[in-house]
Design a protein around this ligand. Structure first.
Ligand SMILES: *Cc1c(COP(=O)(O)O)cnc(C)c1O
Length: 221
């Protein structure tokens, strides 16, 4: 079995420079995160607030922590002081809470809007219509402490590569349309977060520029 550092090296080689790698460390101990850290990795993703908060306290301060899992409004306050990017914003109400907590912490918080692209009940995200309505809303226009920097999506968990590719391609086309319609003069709307261990080559082919990879780096959970 390869080490964390070797896995990381191999994946980084295959990604090239333009693709940002978020190492998904959920359920993995601090010692393994430190192996990746010592190999140069700084961006890590977690999907539970409590675990994220605890690891952030314990591990080096220059780690950039990404919240990638479903987030409840009442937990935003715990990560608002330090979180680098929240990938999983799927409601206006959640965005408003993030804005409020960012303001309280005297910072801006970067977020991605999560879009539902899979054919699975268990996955979260906005529909295309909900996404457009959110970006069109007065509430959205009034928020000054959040920064929407892109979109995130998760494809269906299936061996059907064609289906996965179609789902990712759809999100890429939606990203391009939304950028034109709402972020034309905003240089920060650049991130398309899609792709995990099982499907990231397909996601990159479809236009992803941020991948969230866990098991291929740290081993199965
Ligand atoms: C766990 C998780 C990942 C990483 O999954 P792997 O298959 O281990 O690479 C990516 N994105 C989200 C939202 C996750 O919850």
């Amino acid at each position: 079995m390869l080490s964390v550092a070797e896995n990381l090296f191999n994946i980084k080689q295959s990604l090239g420079k333009e693709i940002m790698l978020v190492a998904v460390s959920k359920t993995k101990p601090a010692a393994q995160i430190m192996e990746a850290y010592e190999a140069g990795q700084r961006d890590f993703g977690e999907n539970k607030v409590q675990e994220l908060e605890q690891k952030a306290q314990e591990l080096p301060q220059d780690i950039k922590w990404h919240m990638i899992g479903h987030l409840q409004s009442n937990k935003v306050k715990y990560i608002a002081p330090f979180v680098e990017l929240i990938h999983s914003v799927d409601k206006l109400k959640l965005l408003m809470e993030i804005n409020k907590r960012a303001l309280q912490n005297d910072r801006h918080i970067k977020v991605l809007l999560q879009v539902y692209i899979a054919k699975e009940e268990s996955k979260f995200g906005l529909s295309e219509e909900e996404l457009i309505d959110l970006l069109d809303s007065e509430n959205y226009a009034s928020m000054n402490s959040i920064k929407v920097v892109g979109l995130m999506g998760m494809a269906t968990f299936t061996d059907d590569k064609e289906q996965v590719k179609n789902e990712f391609s759809y999100l890429k086309s939606l990203f391009d349309r939304v950028k034109l319609q709402f972020f034309k003069s905003d240089p920060d709307f650049t991130v398309l977060s899609m792709g995990m261990s099982g499907d990231y080559p397909t996601a990159i082919e479809a236009g992803s520029n941020m991948v969230r990879i866990g098991s291929s780096i740290f081993g199965e959970r």
